[in-house]
Design a binder for this molecule. Structure first.
Ligand code: PLP
Length: 376
């Protein structure tokens, strides 16, 4: 089925045309980027150009960019590689952070999903030993922005290091990595129009990092393995394209706000999660009380609109989102969430198409439709 309308950029963003061209061109480079012959040198040049592009987006020196196989690996490299006997992570982190170690201590969040800085301060005061604080910049489900710089200031006072998963923020909003105060920052290419399977750990401050993949000297000895030259080339080009679009962020927020305003007007019981906090301009997580997110997603899919359920879905079993649970929502509400996430390819027509489909589904005209219950 042809999905004319794609509104799931937080899951993965369509590959940008320029990025696809860069990947195809890089496929013609025969060389291994570590080889000394001319083919190898050309591949190396492509990798280093991309490193400069990613470094420019983050505002760091190129040496501070370690290419990885994606955001998941970047989070693992930071949380296993930084020498720490304790890792504290916010309750709303991505599973690739929460599962990176078995001994992670959870920092609570408030009803908007924002980390409790007082709790962070006391947790840091209580324990001792080298500690890493993991706090994401923007949440993948709600789009809410975490106070990373303030958390980093608290961490600094306690001598703790900070890792920031900026996978959802980088390329969507300008991020001055240095100003965040984090030591390490994760990025992922496929969230901003590059290819899946490529990412980076950005070293924003000097750190002692234990490589997790060993057996090669690539990436300054911090990540062994032959570089994915086409993926890295596409990452660099996608990053540059994303950076050139920051001026349109207000346009994206306008699309999102029109969607939310129209839905709320039609169904006042709909809850927009995280709307009371600062959010990414592209993300809307809405809950219709009493309705399953998965059912809504299927009905919208039948109507040609691709969004995702707010609940995590692993091995085919939808479970209530740990993010919404941490924010204090009960399982029934948490299961009713759908996430609409816009991006570089989104247009006003997409919003209209969503709203038409949503209204039709709501009135029960479409198979799998749902009725909106009056607010309790
Ligand atoms: N961190 C966040 C906040 C994410 O949303 C994701 C992907 O959904 C990841 C990390 C993992 O990134 P990747 O898919 O590149 O491994």
């Amino acid at each position: 089925m042809n999905h004319a309308v794609y509104m799931d950029h937080n899951a993965t963003s369509p590959v940008r045309a320029q990025a696809a061209v860069a990947a195809r061109e890089a496929l013609d480079l025969v060389g291994n980027a570590s080889s000394v012959h001319r083919f190898g040198c050309l591949a190396r040049r492509t990798v280093e150009e991309a490193r400069e592009q990613v470094a420019a987006l983050a505002g760091v020196e190129p040496e501070g960019v370690v290419f990885t196989s994606g955001g998941t690996e970047a989070n693992h490299l930071a949380l296993k590689g930084l020498r720490a006997s304790r890792v504290l992570a916010s309750a709303v982190e991505h599973p690739s952070v929460l599962k990176a170690r078995d001994d992670i201590e959870i920092i609570p969040v408030d009803g908007e999903g924002i980390v409790d800085l007082k709790a962070l301060d006391s947790m840091l005061a209580e324990g001792n030993g080298p500690t890493v604080v993991a706090l994401m910049l923007a949440n993948n489900e709600t789009g809410t922005i975490e106070p990373v710089a303030r958390a980093a200031e608290i961490a600094r006072r306690h001598g703790a290091l900070v890792h920031c998963d900026a996978v959802q923020a980088l390329g969507k909003v300008p991020v001055d990595v240095t100003a965040l105060g984090a030591h390490t920052v994760s990025a992922s290419a496929h969230k901003l129009g590059g290819l899946p399977g490529v990412g980076a750990l950005i070293l924003a401050q000097p750190v002692d990092l234990i490589p997790q993949l060993r057996g090669g000297g690539q990436e300054q000895g911090l990540r062994a393995g032959t570089e994915n030259v086409p993926g890295i080339a596409a990452f660099g080009v996608a990053v540059a394209a994303a950076a050139s679009e920051f001026g349109h962020a207000a346009g994206l927020a306008k699309l999102r706000d029109r969607l939310e305003t129209t839905v709320r007007r039609a169904a006042p019981e709909v809850r927009i999660i995280g709307a009371g906090a600062e959010r990414l301009p592209n993300t809307s997580l809405m809950v219709i009380p009493g309705r399953k997110g998965a059912t809504q997603v299927m009905a919208l899919d039948l109507a040609g609109v691709a969004v995702s359920a707010g609940s995590a879905c692993s091995s085919g079993t939808p479970r209530p989102s740990h993010v919404l649970r941490a924010m204090g929502y009960d399982d029934d509400l948490a299961e009713g969430a759908i996430r609409i996430s816009l991006g570089w390819s989104s247009r006003m027509e997409d919003i209209d198409r969503f709203l038409d489909a949503w209204a039709e589904i709501r009135s029960g005209d479409v198979e799998g439709g749902f009725e909106v219950q009056p607010a309790a």
